[in-house]
Design a binder for this molecule. Structure first.
Ligand SMILES: Nc1ncnc2c1ncn2[C@@H]1O[C@H](COP(=O)(O)OP(=O)(O)O)[C@@H](O)[C@H]1O
Ligand SMILES: [Mg+2]
Length: 337
């Protein structure tokens, strides 16, 4: 477990040197299913940072990346890659190998957060509520006989259920299953995105996303953003304007808003995340928050939840992103990474 402020507080007399005009490389694109979303996130963040006076270049994750980074030696890399190698820690591992400072969670904690069942287990141990679940690798599903396994799952967890890839994003491969007859199809859809499916109890309630940002004073939860859709909050509903209504801040009384904020802060701490994160949760009518997942590289597109939350809190996006850059630079200077 990490504390938010520890690495940001340099010892007296050893004030870290931070470049006055930092050069930042934003990584966007990559080969995940969320490539397009990442390109849009990268573009938005780069524009906002440039508006705030930071020198930014955007680079894809391709065979030119390592030579470009080793030649340019930017002051900071901001990986805005969603899904796969961007969130599973592996691109961050490469940045560490190259001794390049980057913004965000380290590879080890990214790996834990990226796996939904592992993250759920960690936050449950920290006392947070998360829907009961089972994970099912495709091979076991076949070996045991699909019908028998699904029957056991329905008996154990009941209906409705949500089936999703155990690692993934943007609601790709996610199905809400109300009838047992829909389960086989839902499993196939989840397996299209990875070899392990997560099957969990569906929580009936209001969907919220709570973003967390670190500052020199510690961790802060931004106002919850409430998501209301006319159907599933799927890929189309997320990235095509009109199908989803957002309430930023969410329509919550103070105690419930506190519960949602606390969940996101506790998840961020329990998982050892750094600089920023976004926790997705469902609030039931009794005011209880149920953890769904956490994102170490939350979307930053024009319809994304993190920038909406920041704006709702009164932040100018360019200024907030510049502050995050400065924080990451100070952390890097203090730890020598
Ligand atoms: N247990 C659940 N109960 C109700 N809705 C869920 C549940 N799990 C996922 N969902 C719905 O599916 C969406 C995607 O699930 P999530 O776990 O956040 O994965 P992703 O990484 O794809 O965003 C959520 O935004 C929510 O609308
Ligand atoms: Mg989500």
């Amino acid at each position: 477990m990490t504390t938010a402020a520890a690495p940001t507080t340099p010892s007296p007399g050893a004030a870290p040197h931070v470049a006055p005009k930092p050069r930042v490389v934003v990584l966007a694109g990559g080969l995940s299913h969320e490539r397009d979303v990442s390109l849009r996130s990268g573009r938005r963040v780069a524009e906002a940072l440039r508006g705030a006076g930071i020198e930014v270049t955007v680079h894809d994750v391709d065979s030119d990346l390592i030579p470009a980074l080793t030649q340019a030696r930017p002051d900071l890399v901001w990986p805005l890659l969603h899904g796969a190698t961007g969130e599973d820690g592996s691109v961050r591992d490469v940045l560490e190998m190259l001794d390049l400072p980057y913004l965000g969670t380290d590879p080890r904690a990214s790996r834990v957060a990226w796996s939904k069942p592992v993250a759920k287990t960690v936050v449950a141990r920290a006392g947070l509520r998360t829907p009961d679940f089972v994970t099912l690798p495709q091979s076991l599903f076949r070996e045991l006989g699909a019908g028998r396994v699904l029957e056991a799952i329905v008996q154990r967890l009941g209906l409705p259920l949500v089936v999703k890839p155990s690692r993934g994003g943007s609601a790709l491969g996610v199905t809400l299953v109300r009838d047992a007859a829909e389960l086989p199809r839902a499993m196939v859809d989840a397996f299209a995105y990875g070899d392990t499916a997560l099957v969990e109890r569906a929580v009936e309630g209001r969907e919220m996303a709570v973003s967390v940002v670190q500052s020199p004073d510690g961790l802060r939860a931004l106002p919850a953003v409430e998501v209301v859709t006319d159907g599933p909050y799927d890929y189309d509903a997320r990235y095509n304007p009109g199908r989803t209504e957002y309430f930023a801040p969410a329509r919550l009384d103070a105690a419930t808003a506190r519960a949602a904020a606390d969940m996101a802060l506790q998840a961020h701490r329990a998982l050892g995340l750094r600089h920023l994160s976004r926790t997705d949760l469902v609030l039931t009518d009794d005011g209880v928050a149920h953890f769904l997942e956490v994102n170490v590289a939350p979307g930053m597109t024009e319809t994304s939840l993190f920038p909406q939350a920041a704006t709702a809190a009164g932040h100018d996006l360019g200024t907030l992103y510049r502050e995050l850059v400065q924080l990451a630079l100070r952390d890097a200077a203090a730890t020598g990474v």
